[in-house]
Design a protein around this ligand. Structure first.
Ligand SMILES: O=CC(=O)O
Length: 334
């Protein structure tokens, strides 16, 4: 039997030492394709035959497009493991992977601190109307005229967290240091230990009573547009919303309307429905604080995410298993 073959979809930017441990035990193959059609043709040419494990980055979607049934049909049948570098894996159709006997891993926990830090930054910035002041200052108008309306303190405000996984809980811990009262809604209630004093409420109560809403739920077919026009209508008027999860968990056009009517007073966004495009209604609105998907954009976290993904690749090559299989596939035979 020859050496195992590992497909690298995207680049290793930081964890070169860890990646060398893969090169020591496997042949690493990089596709020549630069778009999906070319990639499918390359798969069909046999150039990727015998690959058993693939490492992929978020940006590699530019080469392959979404990992869906069409792509999995083209992949060599030898592929058994797909190791995604990222916490969110909405670019991958998990049921299709399961049907094709491909196990998928992501990088939970590695992203929690960095993503929660940006969440808090957006939360404070949106509460304090900082984008209006920043824009006026850059335009040479100091605070502008009229100046931004006064912001609000986080102390004593209710922070509603929708999605209380690792990132949501990390946001809760950090927000407590700002004196916020934490409530959450999640598919299922957490143990008291994980709740750490956060109050579990229904989605309706979360929307109706939160001063600030933080979206920390994964994007999948059942969470798409969880926040849309009917949900905006239920919210406490003047609510502040922060989204560092995925743009499409919220209906962006409905958000633009809710901002225009004042139902939502301000918003802090790291993610968008059709990245890198941004709804013009968000770009035009001074009550919108935006960053371009930089939730995990730190040296330390990028390094950790690559190393975590490489750990999955190594385990898959050596032992035929994964360190962090996605929850939808836990319990499936390896
Ligand atoms: O967006 C970042 C991630 O999913 O890790």
């Amino acid at each position: 039997m020859g050496r195992p073959k590992v497909l690298l979809l995207g680049k290793i930017d930081h964890a070169h030492v860890a990646w060398q441990t893969i090169a020591d035990i496997a042949d690493v193959i990089q596709p020549k394709a630069t778009n999906r059609d070319e990639f499918i043709a390359e798969c069909k040419s046999g150039a990727l035959d015998d690959i058993s494990v693939a490492y992929r980055t978020f940006d590699s979607v530019k080469i392959t497009g979404k990992i869906d049934s069409e792509l999995l049909d083209a992949f060599p049948k030898s592929i058994k493991f797909l190791c995604h570098n990222g916490a969110g894996y909405d670019q991958i159709d998990i049921p299709a992977c399961t049907a094709h006997d491909v196990r998928v891993s992501n990088t939970p926990t590695a992203v929690d601190d960095a993503t929660a830090d940006v969440t808090i930054w957006l939360l404070i910035g949106a509460l304090r109307n900082l984008p209006i002041g920043i824009e006026a200052l850059r335009a040479g108008k100091w605070r502008g005229s009229p100046p931004p309306k006064l912001g609000h303190d986080p102390q004593g405000k209710i922070l509603g967290i929708l999605g209380m996984g690792g990132i949501g809980r990390n946001v809760a811990t950090k927000a407590r240091a700002f004196g916020m009262r934490i409530r959450y809604h999640n598919r299922s209630r957490l143990s008291p230990e994980l709740e750490d004093g956060a109050e579990y409420v229904s989605l309706e109560t979360l929307l109706a009573e939160s001063d600030v809403l933080s979206l920390n739920l994964p994007l999948n077919p059942s969470t798409r547009h969880t926040i849309a026009a009917p949900q905006f209508a239920l919210m406490k008027p003047g609510i502040v919303i922060v989204n560092t999860a995925r743009g499409a968990v919220m209906d962006e056009a409905a958000l633009v309307d809710a901002l225009a009517s004042g139902q939502v007073s301000s918003v802090g966004l790291d993610v968008y429905e059709n990245e890198p495009e941004i709804h013009p209604g968000l770009l035009e609105n001074p009550n919108v604080l935006l960053v371009p998907h930089m939730g995990t954009w730190t040296q330390e976290t990028q390094q950790k995410m690559e190393e975590w993904t490489i750990d999955n690749v190594r385990l898959a090559v050596k032992e035929g298993k994964l360190k962090s299989i996605v929850p939808e596939q836990t319990g499936l035979a390896a």
